[in-house]
Write a protein that binds this ligand. Structure first.
Ligand code: SF4
Length: 209
């Protein structure tokens, strides 16, 4: 599928979803549809190009889960709903503590300052090297991948946020288009994508969690 056709298809499908569901469910439904559509297209393209299974990523490798993940409002709403339905009160409280600790170290900081505390600020959802919200993880987490784990380790050890990490050519693009469309359809009041801890704070506050 040509690039413009993919952008148009995503736009049409998500606009249709947004027009079809009750307003209180729109964010979650949009994020679910976006993830399903994006993953389906990635799978099809990678299969077609003989790239299936090329990524070196596997459960327990969480090096990229120490980077800042920017998310859209629908993704935050999906995470909030998934957490409320699937995680215990104790785990939810642990996550809230992690969010506040992460915000203390990173809120308002430059990228360089954030990178300097990488080892102290793993993702607020990372627990014992495993993602606690994997089925509802953001699009950036679905997009980031590597075909060389050694490069990820070297970049992590060197605190190099600009390191070239070899990857397959389609996943980032396909899922990036989907996330951009979520941002366009339901923008945050402050505009662009919001770092995950801050996004969850806004979402939890709105829903009094
Ligand atoms: S949401 Fe999950 S996959 Fe994404 S950075 Fe956090 S722990 Fe990693």
């Amino acid at each position: 599928m040509a690039e413009d056709a993919w952008v148009d298809a995503v736009r049409d499908m998500l606009s249709h979803v947004a027009g079809e569901c009750p307003s209180e469910e729109t964010g979650c439904r949009l994020a679910v549809a976006a993830c399903e559509m994006g993953e389906y297209m990635v799978q099809k393209v990678e299969l077609n190009q003989g790239l299936e299974g090329a990524a070196a990523c596997e459960k327990g490798c969480s090096l990229c889960c120490h980077a800042q993940v920017p998310i859209s409002q629908p993704e935050a709403e999906l995470l909030e709903a998934w957490i409320a339905e699937n995680l215990t009160t104790a785990v939810r409280e642990d996550i809230l503590t992690r969010i506040s600790g992460n915000m203390e170290l990173t809120h308002g900081c430059s990228l360089e300052e954030r990178v300097s505390v990488w080892d102290q600020t793993p993702c607020v959802f990372l627990h014992e090297s495993v993602c606690r919200v994997y089925p509802a993880r953001p699009l950036v987490c679905r997009a980031w991948h590597s075909i060389d784990r050694g490069q990820c380790q070297a970049a992590f050890d060197a605190r190099d946020s600009d390191a070239d990490i070899d990857n397959t050519p389609y996943r980032n693009y396909v899922l990036g288009v989907v996330r951009d469309e979520l941002l366009r359809l339901r923008p945050w009041p402050q505009g662009d994508a919001v770092p995950l801890p801050e996004a969850m704070t806004l979402c939890f506050r709105k829903n009094h969690l």
